[in-house]
Design a protein around this ligand. Structure first.
Ligand code: G1P
Length: 291
């Protein structure tokens, strides 16, 4: 069966980044670097590798560095050209989105993740879309998370959510899914709860920040219902949509680093550094000296 293609991806990048102060005092947290690319570039790479054509950023005040980052820098390009720095010029060209393929809109008030996604409704229009939370960066030996999910979506259609295993101690920090009978790595979702109080999580499968959603989610978000933490939650809108459309969970085959937390961010730098042919061997030696 043919399912409507997923061409667009939404990146909610309006968060304040208070956990990284003072680094994020004058710079968006999404611009912090993991090795030599901003965190947001790692997430955009995952989307582009999965064939996404249009990038939609939901930004906020003081986030203009992100917009500048995805634009050309003619003076820099000219200086590099004059110096014959073809390698660096190619690096810049590789990360530049095609003209017209990146859109920016602002979330005017921090009312929650669901509200941020709702702000993208006109840019997404009436088609399925991917949602990638930019704090979470993924690493896998083969296809990355969104591409794994699209393989499933092309079979199942509907809505697809990537999950990973967490521990009972950590489950209250996430959205948690309940699943019915399926075959690893895909299970039908039978329930979802955002930040379940300790001891009440319906499973150990947490939502790790990658979604494929149908556009009907927007009318449910427009109800502006407040959920966990008094915020408008994407998870709550998905629970409503679950009554009308299928949702499947896909176990992400790879690792996810929560770059919104210091430990995840530091670990990501080490993991992505070790994976690099030009840095890995030397970094390994340096790490051994430290530990
Ligand atoms: C959001 C989602 C949550 C998900 C988490 C993953 O929460 O609401 O369901 O598990 O991202 O990072 P947040 O981290 O924004 O509180």
């Amino acid at each position: 069966m043919h399912h409507k293609p997923v061409r667009k991806a939404v990146f909610p990048v309006a968060g304040l980044g208070t956990r990284f102060l003072p680094a994020t005092k004058a710079m968006p947290k999404e611009m912090l670097t993991v090795v030599d690319r901003p965190v947001i570039q790692h997430v955009v790479d995952e989307a582009r590798e999965a064939g996404i054509e249009h990038l939609i950023f939901v930004t906020g005040r003081n986030k203009s560095a992100i917009e500048d980052y995805f634009d050309r820098q003619p003076e820099l390009e000219q200086a590099l050209a004059e110096r014959g720095r073809t390698h660096e010029l190619k690096l810049l060209a590789d990360v530049l989105p095609q003209a017209g393929s990146a859109s920016f809109t602002r979330q005017q008030d921090p009312l929650g993740l669901g509200h941020a996604v709702w702000c993208a409704r006109e840019l997404v229009g009436d088609e399925p879309f991917a949602l990638l939370l930019p704090d979470m960066i993924t690493q896998s030996p083969g296809k990355r998370c969104l591409a794994q999910m699209l393989d499933v979506y092309n079979q199942t259609g509907g809505n697809v959510i990537a999950v990973e295993e967490t521990t009972p101690e950590d489950a209250h920090k996430f959205g948690i899914v309940a699943t019915g009978a399926g075959k690893d790595p895909v299970w039908p979702i039978t329930g979802m709860v955002e930040k379940p109080p300790k001891g009440t999580a319906p499973s150990n499968l947490y939502i790790m920040g990658r979604y494929i959603l149908q556009p009907e989610i927007f009318s449910l978000l427009s109800r502006m219902e407040k959920g966990a933490g008094g915020e408008i939650q994407i998870t709550d809108a998905m629970v409503h949509l679950m009554g009308q459309q299928p949702f499947n969970a896909v176990r992400h085959q790879g690792r996810t680093f929560d770059c919104g937390a210091k430990i995840g961010f530091l670990t990501a730098n080490v993991a992505f550094g070790l994976a690099r042919a030009d840095l890995g061997p030397e970094l390994k030696v340096e790490l051994a000296k430290l530990i």
